[in-house]
Design a protein around this ligand. Sequence first.
Ligand code: BG6
Length: 490
Amino acid sequence: MGFPKNFMFGGATSAIQCEGAYNEGGRGLTRMDIMSAGSLTQPRYVTYIDQDGNPGKLDGLFAPLPKGAKGACLDGYTYPMQTGIDFYHRYKEDIALMAEMGFKIFRMSISWCRLYPNGDEYEPNVEGVEFYRNVFKECKKYNIEPLVTLLHGDTPLYLECEYDGWNNRQLIDFYVRYVTTCFKEYKGLVKYWLTFNEINNIVMMADMFGQKADDKTFQSGYQQLHYQFVASAKAVQIAHEIDSNNMVGCMICGIPFYPATCDPEDILLNRYTWEKGILYSGDVMCKGEYPSYSKRLWKEHDVHLDITGQDLDILKNGTVDMYTFSYYMTNNVTTHEATDLVGGNMSAGVRNPYLTYSEWGWALDPKGLSYYLETIYDRYHLPMMVVENGLGAKDVLEEDKSIHDPYRIDYFRTHFKAMSDSIDNGVDLIGYTSWGCIDLVSGGTGQMSKRYGFIYVDKNDDGTGTYNRYKKDSFYWYKKVIASNGENLD
Ligand code: BG6
């Protein structure tokens, strides 16, 4: 058995982490452009000039800018996403390398502020529209199917400052205008779409490390999520109207939780953590209605939502065609006192003694991928794709420009085996795109040295480097895997 005949192997990126060229082609700004570089121990900051002209910084990645403040670059900080890996100018070279590996699918995102610089304009920026058209054409040249995320964490900054971002219902209309442009302009070039990257993070991350956020944060989190669900459901309907071949997916940050002990209290906490962090979003997007446990979740934080009858109809009629998700790790939860806390990627838990951890503290758990695939498939019976998965690790560029990364090959081998087992167990898995198939700027820390790629990019954390591309050992390994349709994992 193993991978089905038309299985789509490929890789994934996002616009903000690789395009660079932040002030070219008529592009507007996003919060990520003014986010400084950090590290495992050093947080990233969003920097600004306040209304009295004083510099300031926010250390909550998602906290709103103070009233009247303007996002700004300040002396003493580097802003890695402004240059990314310069995909904007080098996409032809990058796509050719992906084609050389045999990619069938390439996940990338469109930057909303390249098409609508402020987000609320009526007409798109033609230069932005043409840029993506050229990228998609380049993919088609090699028979690579683009898989396009419509929003990967880069809502235009103007909408955040002037409209209070996704707390404002008006964002639904702006988003719908933007995505309608995408569906119309790229009809025939793009078939696979994802509406919002890791939509569930906004609520899941509020409980990170048990420092439970206050009710106000949850009120805002659940409300923003509701507006995004409605926007997503509208996008699904419009995508289908414009081209019935379009397949639209949700994108969930897939972190399976395990109870740390067999104490029934832990078993129940585990169930509730799944519901709050993972299932709540999947249920609305796949089943088209709020699940019964929503009432408990809202009551827990005294949340009262603006939900209209029309919204509920939209949700019902805009369910997704496929369940797509990221998978990096599992997390243990417990009601018992715990001191050894670990976490990453918007979620945290207690160290699992049966697992090993990456340098960034992310649990390595291929079996967890099977567990997730089988649990979710059983719930929704929709085609599934793993659209992010990979190992962030430090690589060494040798003098002869080779890069030996056996740790990454091991990681993929065990995760591919897990996928193949789940396919044998009945899961309809149709594709896989490894995260950061070409090294890019880390979303969490802003580092370049946290590398995921099969392709090495010669750029350092401080922004220096040639930006030249080099093939890692894993490049040749993945090429062999794809050529054998996942049969040869040696
Ligand atoms: C996912 C995001 O959560 O994790 C990506 O969708 C991100 O944008 C990826 O880059 C890996 O996280 P990090 O912090 O290692 O870049």
